[in-house]
Design a protein around this ligand. Structure first.
Ligand code: MLT
Ligand code: MN
Ligand code: ZN
Length: 304
C-alpha cells in the first residue's frame, strides 16, 4: 500500500491567509523552522497506478500539480484518481470536489449517508456537481462497520469506523452529530495484511477505536491542536478544540497519552496553524521526537 500526504494542515492551511499568529507570521517572515502545509488530504493506492483521493481539500488543484503520479497523461483528459472518499463534510475535506468538475465520467464518491446529506443539503457540492461531471455516490456504512473495496484499487480493503467528533458548523447536527458524521478509515493491504488507521477528526477515543489502533501498523491521527484552548489563548478564534471535535495532544488523556500505549508508527496529521509542533525548534516538537511520534508534512510518502 502506498500513501501520499497531499495536505497535512487543518482547515485554513499553514500559513492561513488572514492569520498573524506566531507560527503564521514566523513562517511568512522566514524566521520559523517550519514548512508550509496545505489542507487535509491523502492519496492511497495498492500498486501506484490508480489512486483513491481521501478528502478533497480546497488546495486540491495545487496538490495534484505537485504529485505527478496523479496525472499520468494517457489521453487528452486524464487522471489517476479512480474515486474519492470523504471522511467528514467539513469545508477542508470536501471543497476540492468542485476542482474535479471537469472529470470525464461520473465521479465515484464514497461517503456516509450523513456526509452525503450535508453535501446535498447545507453545503450542496454534490448537487452542484450534477450540472458538471455528476457524482456516483457509493454509500459507506460506518455505523454497521461494513468493509468495502473499490473496483479500480482491488488490492485494498477499507474498514470504516464511526468517530465521536462534531458535524460541520453549517450542519443541522453541528453539536448533536450522528454517529457517521465523522469517520475513520482502516486501509488494509490485502497482500501484506498491513493496516493504516486514518482519523483526522477525532474528539474522543472509544473502545472499538482503541482495538483498531492497537492492531494498526501505522496511525495517521488528528493532530489539530496541542492545547484545547490554544486558539483562544492566541487570540485567533473563540472555539476550543473540544467544541470543534478535535482532541488536543497535551493534557491527561490527551492524544499523546492515548498514542503512548500503541505499537504502530504514529503520525499526527490535520495540524492547525496555531499548533506549536509546527515549529521544529519548539519544546513541544522535541517532546514528540522523544515519544517517537511524527508530524506529517506535505509530500510525505508511506509504504506499508
Ligand atoms: C475542522 O476540522 O474543524 C475544520 O478544519 C474546520 C474548517 O475547515 O474550517
Ligand atoms: Mn478539518
Ligand atoms: Zn496562524
Amino acid at each position: 500500500m502506498l500513501i501520499k500526504v497531499l495536505g497535512s494542515g487543518a482547515g485554513g492551511g499553514f500559513p492561513q491567509w488572514n492569520c498573524n499568529c506566531a507560527n503564521c507570521s514566523g513562517l511568512r517572515a522566514g524566521t520559523l523552522a517550519a514548512r508550509p502545509r496545505t489542507q487535509s488530504s491523502l492519496a492511497v493506492s495498492d500498486t501506484g497506478e490508480d489512486w483513491l483521493l481521501v478528502n478533497a481539500s480546497p488546495d486540491l488543484r495545487a496538490q495534484l500539480e505537485s504529485c505527478p503520479a496523479l496525472q499520468p497523461a494517457r489521453t487528452v483528459r486524464d487522471t489517476a484518481i479512480a474515486a474519492v472518499l470523504i471522511v467528514d463534510a467539513q469545508i477542508d475535506h470536501s471543497t476540492g470536489l468542485m476542482t474535479l468538475r471537469e472529470h470525464t465520467r461520473r465521479l465515484p464518491v464514497y461517503c456516509t449517508p450523513s456526509v452525503h446529506s450535508d453535501l446535498t443539503g447545507g453545503y450542496p457540492l454534490i448537487s452542484v456537481l450534477e450540472h458538471y461531471c455528476g457524482v456516483d455516490w457509493r454509500p459507506v456504512d460506518a455505523i454497521g462497520r461494513v468493509p468495502f473495496e473499490i473496483p479500480e484499487i482491488s488490492g485494498l480493503t477499507m474498514h470504516p469506523i464511526p468517530l465521536p467528533s462534531e458535524a460541520p458548523p453549517y450542519s443541522p447536527r453541528r453539536h448533536n452529530p450522528a454517529e457517521d458524521d465523522t469517520i475513520g478509515i482502516v486501509f488494509i493491504d490485502q497482500s501484506s495484511g498491513r493496516r493504516c488507521l486514518y482519523a483526522p477528526g477525532l474528539g474522543e477515543w472509544t473502545e472499538p477505536l482503541i482495538e483498531e489502533a492497537e492492531r494498526a501498523d501505522c496511525l495517521m491521527i488528528d493532530g489539530t491542536l496541542w492545547n484545547d484552548t490554544e486558539l483562544m489563548e492566541q487570540g485567533a478564534a473563540s472555539k476550543t478544540g473540544r467544541e470543534m471535535g478535535h482532541l488536543a495532544q497535551s493534557g491527561s488523556n490527551g492524544m499523546l497519552d492515548q498514542l503512548a500505549r500503541l505499537r504502530g508508527r504514529k503520525i499526527l496529521i490535520h495540524i492547525n496553524n496555531t499548533n506549536p509542533i509546527l515549529d521544529e525548534s519548539s519544546p513541544e516538537h522535541a517532546r514528540l521526537v522523544t515519544l517517537g511520534i511524527e508530524v506529517a508534512y506535505d509530500g510525505m510518502e508511506i509504504e506499508l
